[in-house]
Design a protein around this ligand. Sequence first.
Ligand code: NAD
Length: 421
Amino acid sequence: MVGTGYVGLTTGACLASLGHRVTCVDVDEAKIARLSAGRVDILEPGLADLVVRGIGTGRLSFVVGARAAVAEADGVFLCVPTPMGAGGSADLRAVEAVANEIGDVLPSGCALITKSTVPVGTSKRIRAMLGRADVPVVSNPEFLREGTAVADFLGPDRIVVGSDDLAAARWVGDLYGDLAAPVVVSDAASAELVKYAANCFLAMKLSYVNSIAELCERLGADIDLVTEGMGYDRRIGRSFLKPGPGWGGSCLPKDTSALVKVAESVKYDFRMLTSAIDENIAQRDRIVAKIAGACGGSLAGARIGLLGLAFKAGTNDLRDSPALAVASVLGAVGAELTAYDPAVDSGIDGMTVVDDPYQVAKDADVIVVLTEWAEFRSLDWGLMADAMEGDDVVDTRNLLDPQRILDAGLSWQGVGRPRVT
Ligand code: NAD
């Protein structure tokens, strides 16, 4: 397993729990030392237990450097980052670096499996780079969500394996053994596209809901009731129907951008997707405007308390967090920011991060909820109100009970819902 991040570590620990012998590799020596001692940095329920158990059974080990780890492997998973590169395409340098590093030491017949999200054509490109007819390349995209990575891995909706060598693709599918999930076996290009098609669909669904929420505000409707009515329709489903401050995280922004670029490369103008991306920026700007309104029109010098920084509840991942996107616009126009997030304790440029949610209320003109941590619901809002200078709460996740905020003597405004004042 090359790369021990959210995907690589989860895949490694889970495959070890299914009975496979797994060696996890990273370039980060300190991380490998911590993992070898059973210490997991990322916040993922159940992951640390699985890692400790895997080490205990002898089926899970950690090493620095891929060359030594692959010498006796039947399959090698690439789980390295594929961030947004210059111009918006996926940056494949880490994937290519690993393929180059191990290309000549992969045993004959060993499958090279891309779990990283990579654009259509990457399997072909890796095959050409390797120049090894005896090494099948298989695409096996990962669909786990941060915050529920282990549960998602062990209870997947589906497993997708694609290769121009179908026997190799099936072999990879069989590694998942007893997991009761449909296995989609395909050509390499289709498997590579599944991941982007799915993620971009989710991003478009969120942008659509944010647009409907905006209509709700302008038309006097309530998005929570509208989406409840929509969600019972099984063709639509209930998930990904909550409005918010815009979508973000380590995957959706880079994957939407990468698919637009892939479409461009075959001269297709993917307008529906570019609109969803534009709409996401517009949503962030509407949230900023709402906060400015709550500050009396001007953000310069306004003291704003932020509840939540992670891109969603249940994770400490800050990559491309919409909370940080909103905060950075607020900071750029001179707002003074104090923030609390139950999973984040490190400093962040442009704001004071505190370790007590009540400290964000101190002298604040406005409180803004940016991440949907359930614990924000049960704060003592009377105490928050006492500490505040102003009396507005902007709830970008429609998380709080507006009546409780009102009872505390504050006013509440969410997204796509009537203001409670
Ligand atoms: P991550 O940043 O959490 O972890 C990547 C790891 O790879 C890091 O530990 C890094 O040190 C290591 N690494 C980088 N270059 C390396 C090299 N040359 N050799 C060995 N190790 C190296 O990344 P992630 O979130 O696990 O994402 C990995 C891939 O999986 C990406 O393509 C991502 O799009 C995809 N993916 C992510 C998620 C998710 O929720 N995070 C879900 C599905 C798919």
